[in-house]
Structures are given as structure tokens and as C-alpha cells.
Design a protein around this ligand. Structure first.
Ligand code: HEM
Length: 144
């Protein structure tokens, strides 16, 4: 039997990488480094696309309810709050990320900028909370 237990680690790494590229891309555009902004954002979108494929593949192989969060107390509420907001915002923001990206690729930078101001913080939140969910579920409170 193949051991698929690497998937959560891989997925969390991809989420973390996406956050790093987003922060770098933001820093680059705010310091006028447009080419580096372009490369960082293309990297963020690419890593997120790979994450999506990996995530769907892992769910198809391992199953939808493979690992349960078993810790009790306030941390349980915090976990589900993070997981819930992460999941909803990830679904909502994806089409907006694509539109923001498309506008930039087409050179419509004024419109790109307007949407990017909204998309950027939400996308960063989704990437960071993805890593937090992983840390809580697999590293800090692993099921016994
Ligand atoms: C979905 C991916 C992207 C996101 C989330 C994003 C995000 C941002 C953000 C937050 C800003 C600054 C807005 C502000 O000034 O407050 C910005 C500006 C800019 N972005 Fe992107 N960006 C992305 C992709 C790209 C790509 C691929 C390119 C190049 C083809 C690009 C080119 C630019 C340029 C030229 C500006 C400056 C626009 C101006 O000041 O007139 N961006 N972007």
C-alpha cells in the first residue's frame, strides 16, 4: 500500500509558500519593483494552483473526513473558527484572484490595482490560516 501521509505536509508547505510570495510581491510593488512584483505574483498563483490540484487529489485518495480535530476546550472553537473562515474565504476569493491576475496580464493596471487592494489581504489570510489549520491539526494537537 502506498503511504499518502505526505499530502498534508505538502499542502501546508504550498500554502506557506504562497503566503511568502504574496508578502514579497506586495513589498516589491510598494517599493516600485514591478518586474519582481510580476514574478512573485505569478509564483503565488502557480503555487496556489499546484496546491488546489494536490488538495483535490489528496481528498480523492485519502477521503473527505480522514482526520478529526479531537482537542477539547477553547482551542476547539478557535480551530473551527479558523477552519470555517479559511474555507469560506478560500472559495469566495478564488475567482477574484483570477480576475485580478487577468487584469494585470492584460495590462489593465488601474482596474488591477482597485481589485488587488481587496484581494490581496483576503488571499494572504487564506494562505496563512491554511498553515495554521495544518499546525493545529497535525502538529500541535495530533489525534492520539
Ligand atoms: C493575482 C495576482 C496579483 C495580485 C494579488 C496583485 C496585487 C497587487 C497589489 C496589492 C498592488 C498594489 C495596489 C496599491 O497600490 O495599493 C498591485 C499593483 C500592481 N500590480 Fe499586481 N498583483 C498581481 C499580479 C500582477 C501581475 C501578474 C502583474 C504584471 C503583469 C502585476 C502588475 C502590477 C502593477 C504594474 C501594479 C501597479 C499599478 C499602479 O500603481 O498603477 N500584478 N498588484
Amino acid at each position: 500500500m502506498t503511504d499518502w501521509s505526505f499530502f498534508p505536509h505538502l499542502n501546508a508547505t504550498l500554502n506557506g509558500l504562497s503566503a511568502v510570495f504574496l508578502v514579497a510581491g506586495f513589498y516589491f510593488i510598494k517599493t516600485g519593483q514591478k518586474e519582481r512584483h510580476r514574478l512573485s505574483m505569478i509564483s503565488a498563483v502557480t503555487v496556489s494552483a499546484v496546491f488546489l490540484v494536490s488538495y483535490v487529489t489528496s481528498k480523492a485518495i485519502i477521503g473527505l473526513d480522514s482526520v478529526k480535530f479531537t482537542a477539547e476546550g477553547p482551542i476547539r472553537w478557535i480551530y473551527f473558527l479558523i477552519l470555517g473562515t479559511h474555507t469560506i474565504l478560500a472559495i469566495v476569493i478564488t475567482p477574484f484572484v483570477l480576475v485580478t491576475f487577468w487584469r494585470a496580464l492584460k495590462g489593465r493596471f488601474e482596474m488591477h490595482k482597485k481589485l488587488a487592494r481587496l484581494v490581496f489581504p483576503v488571499w494572504l489570510y487564506v494562505s496563512i490560516t491554511g498553515v495554521m489549520v495544518y499546525l493545529l491539526l497535525y502538529q500541535l494537537f495530533p489525534p492520539s
